[in-house]
Design a protein around this ligand. Structure first.
Ligand code: UDP
Length: 368
């Protein structure tokens, strides 16, 4: 089976790492049919600490094709990717194209493949925020509606797809097999704790990890200023480690925010191994990231989400995550309340850490 993996953004590297590992493990068994993986990196994230570090530390094979497409408007970026990916797919003629999550890379990859009648497998299918102002929501809806195999991380995702009638299309299969990010975290957690003790030195348990990067925030400077002011105020009580996404750094500069405040440590984006160690020892996560909401749960750490809605509603229902919105008083009060929450992560709402193996096994059964 020949499979083309299309990735380009940080969260996709973490998800694709699980699949590449599952393929490697599968290929070690000489009695089984081999899987050939070709990797296309669109270039959507290209800084060394947003891209290269994930390939090396997560042991992802180097991309076979690197497109170098970044820093463009949504239309220009998606259009250029579509054109270049189409040429590669024509040349490689894979049995299946694998796309992840909800970025412009996801949509461009799925669209290029579907137009060439190459089956698309969407990993992390079925997620919905029900907020169509989010570029990610448009990307996921369109990808789900042209994919053939929809691999869902949660039961909620399955229901979302059924509600849209996705399962009524001939040949389409919705498969609930758990979250591949859990696979990656399970595999790397032991390596993580060894490399990052320095970062936590001097900080008692009870520190906060904060990340912010969504367009809803970075495109609205007044909102961003309010949220940042809340973080500055929270940092007076508990140390806050804040690895800054390049887009957020630019927006904070534009908003006139300064970075020198008591208890606040602004950092460059950290590598995945460092991030999961930080999460495991934190008292609270404050974020607008989709991935971090789940990784906080996997780490047994409560989460305050700086958004008005989330795709991971099961965590909010369980009381392990709270939606704070953007108002400073709600963020400060939310941080105080969530810091005392104990997270029981013993349930299997995101599977058992073997989602990637099950995806490869399913594709092999369906394709040959
Ligand atoms: N992440 C990281 N270093 C950072 C910030 C995030 O390794 O400085 C990882 C994090 O563990 C998570 C992923 O990047 O798995 C999430 O990416 P991001 O928040 O950019 O995207 P989203 O999950 O919202 O799509």
């Amino acid at each position: 089976m020949k499979l083309v993996t299309i990735i380009g953004a940080r969260p996709q590297f973490i998800k694709a790492a699980a699949l590449s590992r599952a393929i490697k493990t599968h290929n070690r068994d000489s009695s089984l049919q081999k899987v050939e993986e070709i990797i296309i990196h669109s270039g959507q994230h290209h800084d060394p600490n947003m891209s290269d570090i994930f390939f090396s530390s997560l042991e992802i094979p180097l991309p076979d094709y690197t497109l170098g497409i970044h820093n463009l408007s949504h239309g220009a970026m998606t259009g250029q990717m579509l054109e270049k990916i189409e040429q590669i797919l024509l040349h490689e003629a894979p049995d299946v194209v694998l796309v992840y999550g909800d970025t412009n890379t996801t949509l461009a990859g799925a669209l290029a493949a579907a137009k060439l009648h190459i089956p698309v497998a969407h990993v992390e299918a079925g997620l919905r925020s029900f907020n169509r102002a989010m570029p990610e929501e448009i990307n996921r809806i369109l990808t789900d509606h042209i994919a053939q195999w929809l691999f869902c991380p949660t039961q909620v995702a399955v229901k979302n797809l059924q509600a849209e009638g996705v399962d009524q299309r001939a040949g389409v299969e919705i498969i609930h097999n758990g979250d591949v990010m859990l696979d990656t975290m399970r595999y790397f957690i032991n390596k993580a704790s060894r490399i990052t003790l320095d970062r936590r030195k001097g900080s008692v348990d009870g520190y906060i990890v904060c990340t912010l990067h969504r367009a809803e925030l970075t495109d609205d400077l007044e909102r961003l200023r309010d949220v940042f002011t809340s973080i500055v105020s929270i940092a007076k009580e508990h140390p806050v480690f804040f690895p800054l996404h390049p887009r957020t750094r630019k927006a904070l500069d534009k908003a006139g925010c300064t970075f020198d405040h008591p208890g606040l440590e602004i950092m460059e984006p950290v590598g995945y191994l460092e991030m999961i160690d930080l999460l495991h020892h934190a008292g609270l996560v404050i974020t607008d990231s989709g991935g971090l909401q789940k990784e906080a749960f996997f780490s047994g750490t409560p989460c305050l989400t700086i958004r008005e809605e989330t795709e991971w509603t099961e965590l909010v229902e369980a009381g392990f995550n709270r939606l704070a919105g953007y108002a400073p008083e709600s963020i400060v009060a939310g941080a105080k309340a969530m810091a005392t929450v104990t997270v029981d992560n013993s349930s299997f709402i995101y599977g058992d850490g073997t989602a990637s193996q099950s995806i490869i096994a399913t594709l092999l059964r369906r394709i040959h």
